[in-house]
Design a protein around this ligand. Sequence first.
Ligand code: COA
Length: 220
Amino acid sequence: MDNKDITAESIQILVADESHERYVDTILHTIEEAAKVRGTGIAKRTHEYLANKMFEAKAVIALAPPAEPGGDMRFAGFSYIETWGNKQYVTTSGLIVHPDFRGLGIAKRIKDMTFSLARTRWPHAKIFSLTSGKAVMKMNTQLGYQPVTFDDLTDDEAFWKGCEGCVNINVLRERNRKFCICTAMLFDPEEHLPAKIPQNVLDRINRLEGRITNSQELRD
Ligand SMILES: CC(C)(COP(=O)(O)OP(=O)(O)OC[C@H]1O[C@@H](n2cnc3c(N)ncnc32)[C@H](O)[C@@H]1OP(=O)(O)O)[C@@H](O)C(=O)NCCC(=O)NCCS
């Protein structure tokens, strides 16, 4: 199928699984090329890392119809989710749409799917985003993210290590991780509840549901 015949409806958005590992190298290549065009650095991801995301049902892939009858479905877009700080925080990362398929609403559909996946798997986690991309800021805002300062994000070292491949890493370091070029945005699930339930009531509910015992509560 010629690209001019591609419609948004013909693109499938799926939670990726093992069968999609064959697209990983194309995904990595497309991410690297996009970073070059934007002049930004990029968190280094390996084949194994992205393949694991697929195995763990933490990745979303967009596939376009084959170029020729009987051909393979074509890679159109990708993103994945990751938890930080003992699953208190989640990010949706690595959003990429192949240049051949941009402007069709694919990024939005991928973002909606990764957001739902994160909310379903870790309903109490805060979801955050550190981005310089206008499209991503727009989609985050539509989903209810708010701009925040960096101290509202996770202090998990593993997350911040991801910034080391970025061309602006010195800006981040010089400012003790308080500011950088990227905008921090956060979706706090608690802010989307009409009233805050006091911690002692949450503890009681957890006890009733057997999630914690009295002795655990004292220790924590
Ligand atoms: C950014 C990117 C993912 C957008 O993919 P896409 O499928 O073309 O985006 P969509 O068609 O789903 O658009 C989603 C929204 O973003 C907006 N948008 C898309 N590209 C934009 C751009 N370059 N600048 C500003 N807004 C943009 C769209 O208008 C749309 O908003 P709307 O819902 O209010 O109409 C794609 O261009 C890409 O992969 N770029 C390179 C990698 C990158 O920048 N990733 C983001 C890392 S922060």
